[in-house]
Design a protein around this ligand. Structure first.
Ligand code: CU
Length: 173
């Protein structure tokens, strides 16, 4: 079981194309070259779509070379009947090549790249607090403005102020 952080968010689909059982159908895998990123799309699904005229052809997805500490089991897919699917989740960065044991002209490559930390943590996290901070700031300013405008007429209509003003006027004359 791979680590939780190595779990992909999406899969990459490689199709075994109709007619790939003949040399003219090379390389037979479409796309025959894929690059995946661990934690993003590091599960590759191969689909045997070679079902021409309802009969179809068996194929395999068999590891040929793996760089570094590649952990792709040598058996690969084993025999794949028409419409069969096979998937493998790559958890070790490196370059992997594979082929079909029945048809030597069928070859493909998977390049596995290490997880980039910026995609999950550095990029998305700061944007949310910044946005909510702006909303909070706007709400505070709006509340202060609203409160100030409500206080004003109340102070003007204060009877105490009016009384003081009229008393002053009386003593003045
Ligand atoms: Cu084949």
């Amino acid at each position: 079981m791979p680590l939780a952080s190595a779990q992909p968010q999406s899969t990459v689909v490689v199709t075994i194309t109709p007619g790939s059982g003949a040399p003219s159908g090379a390389p037979g895998y479409a796309p025959d070259n894929v690059t995946v990123v661990i934690g993003v799309n590091n599960t590759v699904v191969w689909m045997n779509n070679d079902t021409v005229a309802g009969k179809g052809t068996n194929h395999t997805v068999t590891p040929k070379t793996q760089s570094g500490a590649g952990d792709w089991p040598a058996a690969g897919s084993g025999n794949m009947l028409p419409n069969a699917t096979y998937s493998f989740t790559f958890t070790v960065p490196g370059t992997y090549t594979y082929y079909c044991t029945y048809h030597s002209w069928m070859t493909g490559t998977v390049v596995v790249e290490a997880a980039t930390t910026s995609t999950t943590s550095t990029h998305t996290t700061p944007e949310f607090p910044a946005a909510s901070l702006a909303v909070i700031l706007f709400a505070v300013v709006a509340a202060v403005v609203l409160a100030a405008s409500r206080l004003k007429p109340t102070r003007d209509a204060n009877p105490w102020t009016d009384a003081t003003r009229s008393r002053k006027a009386t003593t003045g004359s």
